[in-house]
Design a protein around this ligand. Structure first.
Ligand SMILES: Nc1ncnc2c1ncn2[C@@H]1O[C@H](COP(=O)(O)OP(=O)(O)OP(=O)(O)O)[C@@H](O)[C@H]1O
Length: 457
């Protein structure tokens, strides 16, 4: 069965002042019923019709009163995707070369063989066009599948903002800083961005800084030569080198030892890495995506994180909201996780009952998407039917919900003031204004150590 792409008509314009020859070409080209042929004897009328963007034009190069070169360039300007076949009464090799250099697809001299040559050129062009349309359709399909919204689902306002940033991050090569509580999907997001970036064909290398002892981190990141230190029995390629051309994801960057931060800053500035024990350095081209669940600016204030490194890494910042701030997105994610789980295990699809959904919505999910995923996957195992019921949902209720803790009113007030101080960079005047309280109240709370000028973790 012909593909729908191949059943589209091919629009062909014939520009020829010799009436007999024009009819000859048009008749011949119309023998294929998928061709839609239109003949022009006047260059003016022809030029006005270029907005119709024909697929193919046969161009008589020697129209009386018109310069063939000028018409050719007008066509290329007005309809750059049109294939132009120049037809000339005279054999002139240098003109043929020039027209093709200018952008014509082919050059035919009027002769006994014109009909056959024209036919085979048109067939070749049609194959090109079909291929182009197919590529275009595939590209659209791939882009749709790659649409970030298919992967990171959610319609809540915070997630819609995040999705916009992710799209920007994918189309630019700027460094990224992804922040958010544990399990909010920082690595998941970094991978999604990498897959959509110009570096997609190169590696994505993830390093969890907190999981590697400080004394090993340097060698892990930059590599070492054989014999560089006791125990270095083999050459070791560092993560920077491994990620060359691609993306290096530095998870929990806030946990990096302050001494190592200095070296990282230098490498990011110079883009050159020297393996431990080596005499020479080499250039690395990596996009660094740093992630943290700490308030890194706080760490800077406390002297735990270098300010210069902070700004070097910052680039574009994407903050992933916790699940409890994503409203009903939680259910969309749960359904997606469920669908993926069932597909991967080749088991019939399951869905959440209304009561199961309510139960999920009531839970606080301190472990965010990681916790939700574990809960939903376990529910899929426990459910014996096509439905997930509340009984299948096993929640770890030991974690208190944020406001379920019993506190005095003063403690709640102090908490609120602290949150505002953290949010507004410890600007007391601004916080006093926002909360409609006196600034002296805040200063008193600071003196009494009820609130702090840097957030307590
Ligand atoms: N939008 C999402 N849709 C489906 N699954 C997700 C999504 N975001 C994250 N996940 C899944 O949740 C789990 C945790 O995600 P990830 O490791 O990216 O979180 P994180 O913020 O980097 O966590 P941590 O701070 O602990 O390193 C992973 O299994 C990941 O596949």
């Amino acid at each position: 069965m012909p593909s729908p792409l191949n059943t589209l008509k091919t629009k062909i314009f014939v520009l020829e002042d010799d009436l007999w020859y024009s009819q000859f070409l048009s008749y011949h080209l119309s023998l294929d019923t998928t061709h839609e042929v239109r003949a022009f004897s006047s260059a003016n009328e022809f030029l006005h019709s270029l907005s119709e963007a024909p697929d193919i034009i046969t161009l008589d190069y020697h129209l009386p009163g018109f310069d063939g070169e000028m018409i050719l360039s007008r066509i290329l300007e007005a309809s750059p995707n049109t294939y132009i076949i120049v037809i000339s009464g005279q054999e002139d090799i240098s003109k043929a070369v020039n027209t093709i250099k200018q952008g014509a697809y082919d050059y035919i001299v009027k002769s006994e063989e014109t009909k056959e040559r024209l036919w085979s050129i048109v067939e070749k062009i049609k194959q090109h066009i079909a291929l182009k349309r197919e590529i275009e359709a595939l590209r659209k399909e791939v882009n749709q599948n790659l649409s970030i919204g298919n992967e990171i689902v959610g319609s809540s306002e915070p997630i819609q903002k995040v999705l916009k940033l992710i799209q920007k991050a994918a189309s630019d090569d700027i460094n990224l800083m992804i922040t958010g509580e544990t399990g909010t999907g920082k690595e998941f997001t970094a991978r999604a961005i990498h897959r959509r970036s110009s570096r997609a064909k190169k590696p994505f290398v993830a390093v969890n800084i907190s999981a590697i002892p400080s004394e090993l981190l340097e060698s892990e990141l930059y590599g070492h030569e054989k014999g560089a230190f006791t125990g270095a029995t083999n050459l070791h390629i560092g993560k920077f080198e491994e990620a060359h051309g691609g993306t290096l994801f530095l998870d929990e960057i806030g946990e990096m030892d302050i001494h190592l931060q200095c070296k990282l800053l230098r490498i990011l500035q110079e883009r050159k890495v020297t393996r431990i024990g080596a005499n020479t350095s080499f250039t690395v081209d990596v996009r660094v995506v740093a992630a943290t669940n700490l308030n890194l600016l706080d760490e800077v204030r406390k002297g735990n994180f270098r300010e210069d490194l902070y700004y070097r890494l910052l680039g574009l910042q994407i903050h992933l909201p916790p699940l409890r701030e994503r409203g009903h997105d939680l259910l969309l994610i749960a359904q997606k996780v469920l669908q993926t789980y069932c597909q991967q295990r080749d088991i019939p699809a399951k869905s959440l009952t209304a009561n199961a959904q309510k139960k999920l919505l009531k839970h606080n999910f301190p472990g965010n998407i990681r916790e939700l995923k574990a809960v939903v996957e376990l529910a899929a195992v426990l459910s014996d039917t096509a439905y997930i019921t509340p009984e299948d949902i096993q929640l770890n209720e030991s974690q208190p919900a944020p406001f379920s803790e019993e506190k005095t009113l003063d403690e709640y007030i102090a908490d609120t003031v602290q949150k505002y101080l953290d949010k507004y960079n410890y600007n007391v005047l601004c916080v006093a204004d926002k909360l409609k309280i006196g600034k002296s109240t805040i200063y008193r709370m600071i003196r009494k150590k009820e609130v702090y000028m840097a957030s307590r973790k």
